[in-house]
Design a protein around this ligand. Sequence first.
Ligand code: FDA
Length: 502
Amino acid sequence: SVPSLAYSDEFHQCLTEMIPSELVYGQSSSNFTDVLASSIKNPKFFTNTTVRPVCIVTPTNPWHVQAAVFCGRWHGVRLRVRSGGHDYEGLSYRSCQPEVFGVVDLSNLRSISVNQGDSTAWVDSGATIGELYYHIAKNNSQVAFPAGECPSIGVGGHFSGGGIGMLMRKYGLSVDKIVDAKVVTANGELLDRAGMGEDLFWAIRGGGGGNFGIVLSWKIQLVRVPPQVAVFSIPKTLEEGAIELLTKWQYIGPSLPNDLTIRAKVQGQQAVFLAVYLGTCSSLVPMMDRLFPELNMTNADCRSMTWLESVALSYGSLAKTGTLEEVLLARGSSLSYYTKIKSDYVQRPIASCSWKNIFAWFKKDGAGYIMLEPHGGFMRTVSAAATPYPHRKGVLYVIQYITFWQGDGGKAPTSWLASFYDFMGSYVSQNPRQAYVNFRDLDIGQNTVGSENDVSSFESGQVWGERYFMGNYRRLAAVKAAVDPNDYFRNEQSIPPLRQTL
Ligand code: FDA
């Protein structure tokens, strides 16, 4: 039941009656395309055939968000919410099927207020994680927050799905340090933790964005880091022992002291080991010599800097240029590279002979790269049901498969990715083959909507939902039934409402 375009006129009128009209962009507005494109990261979802919203609302206060939900409900138009626009499938601003929908773009709601006294902060969903890092640490280099590596990621989507990054082994995911939140529900109510109750508060911390309401802001517990951290990035070719090093890294990466995170990137015929250590070079060098001597890390490899600088430098490569502000506070679209991403979790180390076969894939046409991020440490102390993110004890590392290409989307090297992903099936978690919801991948399943009741089917969601959330999928679906039984916040991979009791 797709609402007709006539509905969308009434919807638009409702919005402009309740929200200042300069914050509402209909398709006929001259700024519509610019506002739509403003945070798109993948040109794949910005073509002539992309199903676009009928209008975009850019709220400047919580009431505008509530008003958008009221108008949407009254006129039968669904809303999608966008914070930073990094969704790998573009679900925050496009639909895979013909659909009349609006977008609530939270980029104007981005304030960050830090309470030094109890080391907490309130951060709005429209802030980026780079802005968050910058604001909490610019005047106090010993304060930090565990979240991802790309500074322009939006807080709203990122926190909704978990938030993995270089502080995860020490402090966990972003969602492990969230203590309160404000959400606008499908009824248009604005609720904090006490008002929403513990089930919904549990679900919004990792159950995926676009499911349970529009989260406006998050109260987070800040964490301590030393005034200086130590960083290295060491590339190794096959001739220099990349295979043996990766084989060993799988054992030690997840079991190193929590203060030390070494992630690995495999591209071409080379592996790069990038580390951030919450301590000094003078203690890191002997530690590496003891725990991972094969890497031959020396003082010359080690750079000492503030944690904030380490975030800016470890994003992409250590050679990244630009001031701290330029790197951390950058926003905007990036429409030059098409991308496709998939993910896996590894629970048993892959043997060195298999790594040899894996490296052969990186010689093929259209080869992308993989990023391996170690779990263990704090991550293994959290139970699989404590938050919706279930990939905790027993996970060695998460693999992110990344392909990117320029130019016509039709020439996509996605066949390399699909075949390589098939090949990797026997080395990674099985039954289910786990995936990370923030690395959204529509290949693993999409909802079907019941023609009688017009809600997404629990069974269709189970196909992809148990891969992202394992045993937590059912609880998420029960929460959905309690807070949004009519499935108002719906997309191709949203949690369906489960109407039975648990
Ligand atoms: P976007 O605005 O596109 O939203 C993503 C999803 O959340 C959509 O379904 C959207 O509707 C919903 N949503 C957004 N705001 C919401 C709100 N306020 N309330 C409810 N739902 C909301 N991840 C990671 O864990 N660690 C990492 O290091 C990285 N690195 C990385 C690099 C790059 C270049 C990209 C493109 C992505 C990552 N990611 C990542 C993945 C990232 O965490 C994921 O895409 C987030 O959902 C992005 O959040 P945004 O707000 O930017 O996206």
